[in-house]
Design a protein around this ligand. Structure first.
Ligand SMILES: Nc1nc2c(ncn2[C@@H]2O[C@H](COP(=O)(O)OP(=O)(O)OP(=O)(O)O)[C@@H](O)[C@H]2O)c(=O)[nH]1
Ligand SMILES: [Mg+2]
Length: 319
């Protein structure tokens, strides 16, 4: 049966009211609100639940109260579940702390519902600065993280599928921008490529800035890049990370690029790594959500915009 609520708690209360407190929640989903709230993008929680199968009563182990067999305190249950999903300890504690403690004992389903809602909430907070329709897009990140390939995929989609009028700025950092393939690809699509900054050009509906990667611990390169970014004024500045790298390297890159105030993350090499817990660890540590992913070196395949729901489903699929 389907139950709806404005919050996970409200949906759960309806499940319990109708099917009893041992009802099993089989799926949790966030959907656009059915009411007038849809107009301004309000969301609600859908919970699919079923009554529990009748059980042959088995006596509890001696000395253990009946209630403890079915449920455990929030402290143990949600933290344990978060760690079993593969999240690192810091992420698990962060999510756990954001769940309001009622002091009540929780079943596994209740704990899953609560932590699902907490994860989505953290993701949503991280999307606040990402525009719905980006117009001035700049990808930044370490050298070789996959920025130019992702840009080539994205301009192809904007130009061929969405029929947008695009321009690409391939600018040098302190080292020259060697993304020849990107310029050639853009030219094939009839997209103008600029290699020097010229603010006098008439605006296009989609403009992309391609910069060579750099190490943000180098102050001279960082100053030059900050200067180019200030001039370009991106409304969508994405920190591009090779998701196949080790988690500690990625966390370090996030910290180093944070002074550039990226609006979102763009993850590449998803064909080589799709670990959802690694992705959640990045989002939870940085407070920035994933704008999209790029998977594979072939253009324009494998470029997707993904939301928190999809990553949550992948996280729960692991267990
Ligand atoms: N397997 C795989 N390879 C990728 C992917 N994205 C990029 N590559 C490869 O990674 C290498 C670097 O990709 P680029 O897009 O040039 O990286 P970049 O960040 O623009 O590099 P710089 O401009 O030098 O900083 C190339 O050999 C690409 O073919 C991906 O999603 N999967
Ligand atoms: Mg490049």
């Amino acid at each position: 049966m389907l139950f709806k609520g404005h919050t996970a708690e409200e949906a759960l209360a309806k499940v319990h009211q109708s099917l009893g407190s041992s009802a099993i929640v089989v799926q949790l989903k966030r959907v656009p609100s059915a009411g007038i709230g849809r107009i301004w993008g309000a969301m609600e929680i859908e919970a699919w639940a079923q009554a529990p199968a009748p059980l042959t009563p088995t006596p509890p182990p001696s000395g253990v109260p009946v209630a403890r067999v079915r449920s455990a305190p929030k402290e143990a249950r949600t933290l344990e579940l978060l760690l079993s999903l593969g999240l690192n300890e810091e992420s698990a504690r962060k999510v756990h702390q954001s769940i309001p403690g009622s002091g009540a004992a929780l079943t596994n389903q209740e704990a899953c519902l609560q932590l699902g809602a907490a994860l989505l909430d953290a993701w949503d907070k991280g999307t606040k600065r990402i525009p719905k329709t980006p117009r001035r897009i700049a990808l930044i990140g370490a050298a070789g993280s996959g920025k130019s390939i992702a840009t080539a995929k994205w301009i192809t989609i904007e130009s061929l599928r969405h029929r947008q009028d695009c321009r690409i700025w391939c600018l040098d950092g302190i080292v020259a921008n060697s993304a020849e393939f990107l310029s050639q690809h853009a030219e094939l699509l009839g997209i103008p490529v600029e290699t020097t900054w010229n603010p006098g050009l008439p605006p296009c509906s989609r403009e992309f800035l391609d910069l060579p990667g750099w190490n943000p611990t180098d102050p001279d390169v960082s100053d030059r890049m900050a200067n180019l970014l200030d001039r370009f004024e991106p409304d969508c500045l994405l920190l591009t990370l090779n998701a196949a790298y080790e988690a500690s390297i990625l966390q370090n890159q996030v910290v180093q690029f944070m002074p550039f105030r990226p609006h979102g993350l763009l993850l590449t090499h998803l064909d080589e790594c799709g670990s959802p817990s690694k992705i959640w660890d990045l989002v939870l540590a940085s407070g920035i959500a994933v704008f999209g992913t790029s998977s594979g070196r072939f253009i324009p395949g494998g470029f997707e915009r993904t939301g928190g729901e999809a990553w949550m489903e992948r996280l729960f699929e692991q267990v």
